[in-house]
Ligand binder design. Sequence first.
Ligand code: ABN
Length: 166
Amino acid sequence: MLDNTIERFSRRIAMGSSRRGVLAGLGKLLIGGAALPLLPIDRAFGSTHVDPQQDDPTKCDYWKYCSMDGMLCSCCGGTGSDCPPGTSISKVSWVGTCRNGADGRNYLVSYTDCCGRSSCGQCNCNGNVGERPGYEMGIHNDINWCVANEQTSYHCTISLIVGLAD
Ligand code: ABN
């Protein structure tokens, strides 16, 4: 009974397909399977969460710095939201989304560079939540935002809350 069913099933498949067609199908499966890991995947799975416990604005893992790529102005004579004396604020900036562990909400945070003095060299942070490699220009944060200013040298970065993200 089972033998007959399998035999009939096999015959039907054999009649409806050529050897070349089966090989072509197998080839597509193999190539498709090999290419799958190369596809861009959100490996953070949409998460914007770094460490809800961290609430020290002079540390890289402070919640607001989740997408900060630069040196904290709070370590360079300024504050988390004010440029140090002798520098000017960049005209363009990068905007990320960070979760504030204190209220569990997501906020849009802008990362703005302070320009006009050489690099501060202190508290270098590299938060990459929501960031992508350089070939995706609009969503890459490893950029000197002073390039649009008259004085293009980069000193440090401040972060400002723009508003709620959700
Ligand atoms: N936006 C901070 C920065 C400055 C120079 C180079 C890379 C990143």
